[in-house]
Design a protein around this ligand. Structure first.
Ligand code: PEP
Length: 254
């Protein structure tokens, strides 16, 4: 039985007061639960040291992650965050390829693959977001898009790229829309992704997880997590609501 991984992506949200309230409640909640599932929150990066202070130190299955990384380790790259700096402050997990960065920041598949590569070189765990737009879905291009987003990672990072990594299958049309993919639909593509990756390698892949992301709530989490190839969730909006987020963790723990 695989241990599910629940990631809460806060995006550009939160402040000191919100954080204190949220983590006070999360600290209490995580004590009896979260034995069978791993929880990761990716807050805006500048709040990480504050959260590290608030958190109890014995949270074995809880991690703070980053929403981004640069492809350089140091130097004249204003505004960027380096993989070494993330390691330096105790971060292990990094989201890359989120559709908001692909579209708002014009990040290409090649740039994302370079980010994947530098994360692996620094022993960080990529959470690679892939998925299709609504138009691509209508045109039945979902598999083709996912393949393309996966192939470039293999091209740049080699056959072992996806060992110790996470793919978040996030249909872009489902993100922030209140309309998640149907569980069977998410399962179908997750199964495809897993098998496509297996078909490209000759070794037995280790520590590889597929998450579903796109309007996950405490109402739809149960049916989604029951799908064979969904190993957890990448949660946006609902990760900012402590009651809803803890309910999702509870469901994943069942
Ligand atoms: C996301 O932005 O990755 C996401 C899944 O958001 P939401 O849960 O709000 O759809």
């Amino acid at each position: 039985m695989i241990k599910p991984i629940i990631v809460g992506n806060w995006k550009l949200n939160g402040n000191k007061i919100f954080i204190r309230n949220f983590f006070q409640l999360l600290n209490q909640f995580l004590n009896p639960y979260h034995k069978k599932c791993t929880t990761i929150i990716t807050p805006p990066i500048l709040y990480i040291p504050l959260i590290q202070k608030i958190l109890f130190s014995d949270k074995k299955n809880f991690f703070l992650g980053s929403q981004n990384v640069d492809i350089h380790t140091f130097g004249p790259f204003t505004g960027e965050v380096s993989p070494c700096m993330l390691t330096d402050i105790g971060i292990k997990h990094v989201i890359i390829g989120h559709s908001e960065r692909r579209f708002n920041h014009k990040e290409s598949n090649t740039l994302i693959a370079k980010k994947f590569h530098i994360l692996k070189e620094n022993k960080l765990i990529p959470i690679l977001c892939i998925g299709e737009t609504k138009e691509e879905k209508i045109n039945k291009k979902t598999k083709e898009i996912c393949k393309k987003q996966i192939d470039i990672i293999f091209d740049i990072c080699g056959a072992y790229a996806f060992d110790n990594s996470i793919i978040a299958y996030e249909p872009i049309w489902a993100i922030g829309s209140n309309h998640s993919a149907k569980p069977k639909e998410a399962q179908y593509i997750s199964y495809f992704i897993r098998n496509y990756i297996k078909s490209k390698i000759t070794h037995k892949i280790k520590n590889f997880f597929i998450q579903y992301g796109g309007s996950v709530t405490d109402k739809n989490a149960q049916e989604l997590i029951l799908q064979n190839d969904i190993d957890g969730f990448l949660v946006g909006g609902a990760s900012l609501k402590i009651k809803e987020f803890t309910k999702i963790i509870e469901i994943a723990n069942m």
